[in-house]
Design a protein around this ligand. Structure first.
Ligand code: ATP
Length: 138
């Protein structure tokens, strides 16, 4: 059987569909690290981590932030169900910078009541959003 030449990619969050279309390749932050996916990839199910999804279609690359969820890979189709995801151009940079300062304050407060694991994840989300925002087209 011939390998597919494109990947039909769907990216959805509980709030909306962020993308639906054919792409040439994508990279995804799985919980175990970044994965590159080309058409014809072996089927798999994986956990989505915190980071940046990027996909290339017609020589153009689009970037977005994502945080937790699942991805299903089939040879000609990838479905990403993200708990939260935002296109680079939709990221509220002020909110991300405030979230970063808040998380840093919690982590350095020395307060025994602080949930350090939650604060660390919040810091990683904020830094990833700030990085994804830099990809925004001007
Ligand atoms: P904050 O501390 O600013 O609330 P968070 O990391 O706790 O950030 P999430 O739980 O990841 O936020 O996301 C909650 C909702 O808010 C999601 O719909 C997400 O897309 C949206 N969101 C969070 N931060 C931003 C941001 N900087 N820009 C745009 N949307 C955001």
């Amino acid at each position: 059987m011939a390998l597919p030449e494109k990947i039909h990619l769907e990216i959805v969050t509980p709030e909306k569909q962020l993308f639906s279309g054919d792409v040439d390749s994508l990279t995804v932050p799985s919980a175990g690290g970044y994965m590159g996916i080309l058409p014809g990839h072996a089927p798999l199910l994986a956990e989505l981590g915190i980071g940046e999804i990027s996909y290339t279609a017609g020589g153009h690359t689009e970037y977005m932030f994502c945080s937790w969820g699942f991805l299903e890979v089939l040879p000609g189709r990838v479905v990403i169900l993200a708990q939260a995801a935002e296109l680079a151009s939709d990221i509220d940079i002020k909110r991300a910078e405030e979230a970063k300062v808040r998380a840093e304050k919690m982590l350095t407060s020395g307060d025994p009541g602080v949930d350090y694991a939650a604060a660390q994840l919040s810091l990683i989300r904020a830094i990833s959003r700030i990085e994804a925002h830099r990809r925004k087209k001007v």
